[in-house]
Design a protein around this ligand. Structure first.
Ligand SMILES: Cc1ncc(COP(=O)(O)O)c(C=O)c1O
Length: 392
């Protein structure tokens, strides 16, 4: 009998990662300096690891409630009272990283055929997450001239009758852009006018520099009823492998619905990871220390890149990503990234992996040692001086 089985359209349409391509190429260059992986280079702070070990020894090894453990949800609700003092445990859902929180909230809010606006360039997983919900992520261009901060007018231009939601990501991966209160006030007007849901993806909210105060659209009472906040312990507490994220919904009934979806996806987040996450929240000194180190590393990398002819790089206001402009080299960002890998021994991600607006840029991660960052700058500088002697 002829075989007629087929994979689902959803699986077939799921976009491949442009980031992985550089990882795969880099395997052939074991001595290359890798500025690619978007995670802290710090180990998880000791007091958090101790809490997990203790939780395991005490038998916290069973299923947890679908929406997450009460103590952790309670602690998160309290942490967000400066956004809205109405948040309670019932507005909080624990997810498998912010990643699953994004997927769950898109599944909650989007139907097949719906569109969700995302910044361009952006974290490429938003496209796959929208695809899982049967929806489409539609890029909204962001510009270097505005420090890559998404502008209300550009959002409004991208709206169609099918637009149902807007995704904001501040501080932004890959650009480090941090939205100002003025940006957000203007965006809130558009959101109200066009009746959109908002997903505010904020996993880098504590990795922010130069005294900049992050401001979230969830802090605006006039749009709060449409805003979901996504966050996680991954970046702030160096806990990427623990897979603990969370979301705050404007109504408890939304969390109840997502908890039902969670039952069929992961059931719950690892119990002892949740206990450790609750312990993590009791302190912020370790976060402050990591941010002090990131600040120094940002300056090593960005100042170093700006001293290389042909490269210009704005200082990111948040996150641990630098997003230099390499248009002067007249190459696609993929071609230039491959050149740096082959001839300079430095692995970076081409900006085009994050969207069309990323063409002409590279993403470099400065969550790395001072020595590696200095060596990367030295190698790129030496290569550019040799290969592009006419650039000043
Ligand atoms: C912008 C952004 N959102 C969400 C995530 C998901 O992080 P996690 O699932 O580890 O919380 C990441 C991770 O790189 C990210 O960069």
């Amino acid at each position: 009998m002829e075989r007629t089985m087929q994979l689902s359209q959803r699986a077939m349409n799921y976009p491949a990662s442009g980031i992985r391509k550089m990882f795969d190429l880099a395997i052939q260059y074991p001595d290359a300096v890798k500025l690619t992986v978007g995670e802290p280079n710090f180990d998880t702070p000791a007091y958090i690891k101790e809490a997990a070990k203790k939780a395991i020894d005490e038998g916290q090894t069973h299923y947890a409630p679908n929406a997450g453990m009460f103590e952790l949800r309670q602690a998160i609700a309290e942490k967000y009272h400066h956004y809205w003092d109405g948040y309670t445990m019932d507005h909080v859902m624990i997810s498998v990283g912010a990643m699953e929180g994004l997927t769950l909230s898109m599944m909650l809010l989007l139907d097949p055929g719906d569109e969700i606006l995302v910044p361009d360039p952006c974290f490429p997983n938003y496209f796959g997450q929208a695809c899982l919900a049967g929806a489409t992520a539609v890029p909204v261009p962001t510009y270097e001239a505005y420090d890559y901060r998404i502008q209300a007018a550009d959002i409004e231009r991208a709206i169609t009758p099918r637009t149902k939601a807007l995704l904001l990501n501040s501080p932004c991966n890959p650009t480090g852009a941090v939205l100002t209160k003025e940006d957000i006030l203007a965006i809130a007007e558009v959101v109200k006018k066009h009746d959109l849901w908002v997903l505010s993806d904020e996993p880098y909210d504590s990795i922010i520099y130069d005294g900049v105060e992050p401001f979230s659209i969830a802090q605006l009472p006039e749009v709060r009823d449409r805003v979901f906040v996504l966050n996680s312990f991954s970046k702030s507490y160096a806990m990427t492998g623990w897979r603990v994220g969370y979301l705050l919904a404007p109504e408890a009934s939304y969390v109840k619905k997502m908890a039902q979806l969670q039952e069929g996806i992961a059931s719950c987040v690892s119990t002892f990871s949740q206990v450790a996450a609750a312990e993590a929240l009791k302190r912020t000194d370790c976060v402050d220390q990591m941010v002090a180190d990131y600040t120094r590393r940002r300056d090593i990398l960005v100042d170093g890149l700006n001293a290389i002819p042909g490269i210009t790089c704005k200082k990111p206001a948040g996150s641990f990503y630098a997003f230099p402009n390499i248009k002067a080299f007249g190459k696609t960002s993929q071609a230039f990234a491959e050149e740096l890998l082959e001839h300079a021994g430095v692995v970076v991600i081409p900006g085009s992996a994050f969207g069309d607006m990323g063409e002409g840029y590279l993403r470099l991660v400065f969550a790395n040692s001072d020595e590696n960052l200095k060596e990367a700058v030295r190698r790129i500088g030496a290569y550019v001086a040799k290969a592009y002697p006419d650039l000043k």
